[in-house]
Design a protein around this ligand. Structure first.
Ligand SMILES: NC(=O)N[C@@H](CC(=O)O)C(=O)O
Ligand SMILES: [Zn+2]
Ligand SMILES: [Zn+2]
Length: 345
């Protein structure tokens, strides 16, 4: 039986939600992952250090007994965010990053930033104190095609911002295009990117061929095949600027399976099985640990986890439930459309 052992992984982009949904999903992450960067796009969003402290308590209360899990909290950047509050949050050790959602770009982002000029005082402070900015890198300009929104964001928002504040550390989250990969690869410093599990597996055909498939719809939306191949090459390259952020984003099925379905794919439960499969296909099992367990902590200035997980390849496929039941309702699990043989033991 084939097996590999890697340092325990972390998830550098995760949606845990709140209330019954939080209770229903957190175990799927804490079973395998030691830490995760927790997205602040709740309703209402996590905007102050006090909000983040209270949310952290609710998360810790929901962690299943026996799991050791550390949520790394983020603040949702608004045009009114107070730089002193952000600095105090970092100083206390509570806040790991601040998240930029262009207003209207994705789920629960209407309170995000419309005019980046208004956020400059906070961004300047973050550059000064070394607090990373995580970005949902898509413009929301109605004229820009949804498949081009990441590339246009790089040219019109990210590059000007980085020119203006070269000391600001920026994580380009859930990179979905070759443009994003090339931009990160060509940067000299202070830029890294997270890549989701599902964007390594699906291209836009998964959403649209043979009928419309809401459970493959997320933002940024999956792109053409050559973009997926660029993501796979980057993820399996060992380049420390690319690391795992699952962007596991649960929504109850009724909110996905309707005339205006929510964006988000739920992958926490089978992410590790899917990832090993991808790395095996790319003959890069020796680089899985860098992607899932080493490059993320290095970027965020944290130690890698000391304990390990073991992954084994089973003859018969490992099965996962098609959906999980939460107190908030059923959530469909990501189906990679191929059998999974790797299991976490
Ligand atoms: N990725 C998604 O499609 N959805 C995320 C938001 C986000 O990360 O953009 C969500 O909160 O549901
Ligand atoms: Zn996003
Ligand atoms: Zn997300």
């Amino acid at each position: 039986m084939q097996s590999i052992t890697i340092r325990r992984p972390d998830d550098w982009h995760l949606h845990l939600r709140d209330g019954e949904m939080l209770k229903g999903v957190i175990g799927d992450t804490s079973r395998h992952f030691a830490r995760a960067i927790i997205m602040p796009n709740l309703v209402p969003p996590v905007v102050t250090t006090a909000d983040a402290a209270a949310y952290r308590e609710r998360i810790m209360a929901a962690v299943p007994a026996g799991d050791r899990f550390q949520p790394l909290m983020t603040l949702y950047l608004t045009e009114h965010t107070n730089p002193d509050d952000v600095e105090a949050g970092k100083a206390s050790g509570l806040i790991t990053a601040v998240k930029l959602y262009p207003a209207g770009a994705t789920t629960n982002s209407h309170g995000g930033v419309r005019d980046i000029e208004k956020a400059m005082p906070v961004l300047e402070r973050m550059a000064r104190i070394g607090l990373p900015l995580c970005v949902h890198g898509e413009v929301t300009t109605p004229e820009v095609d949804i498949f081009d929104r990441e590339a246009v964001f790089i040219d019109t928002v990210l590059e000007p911002l980085r020119k203006r504040l070269p000391e600001l550390k920026v994580t380009m989250e859930h990179v979905t295009t070759k443009d994003g990969i090339d931009y990160i690869s060509s940067s000299k410093a202070n830029l890294a990117g997270s890549i989701t599990t599902h964007h390594l597996i699906i291209n836009r055909n998964a959403i649209l061929v043979g009928g419309i498939k809401p459970h493959y719809y997320c933002l940024p939306v999956a792109k053409r095949e050559h973009h997926r191949l660029a993501l796979r090459a980057a993820a399996t390259s060992g380049d420390a600027r690319f690391f795992l952020g699952t962007d596991s984003a649960p929504h109850v099925d009724p909110l996905k399976e309707c005339a205006c379905g929510c964006a988000g794919i739920y992958t926490s439960i089978n992410t590790m099985s899917c990832l090993v499969h991808v790395f095996e296909e790319e003959n890069a099992l020796d680089r899985l640990e860098a992607f899932a367990s080493l490059s993320g902590p290095a970027w965020y200035g944290l130690p890698a986890n000391e304990d390990t997980i073991r992954l084994v390849r089973r003859e018969t496929p490992v099965t996962y439930p098609a959906k999980i039941e939460t107190g908030a309702g059923p959530v469909t699990v990501f189906d990679p459309m191929f059998p999974l043989h790797w299991d976490v033991v």
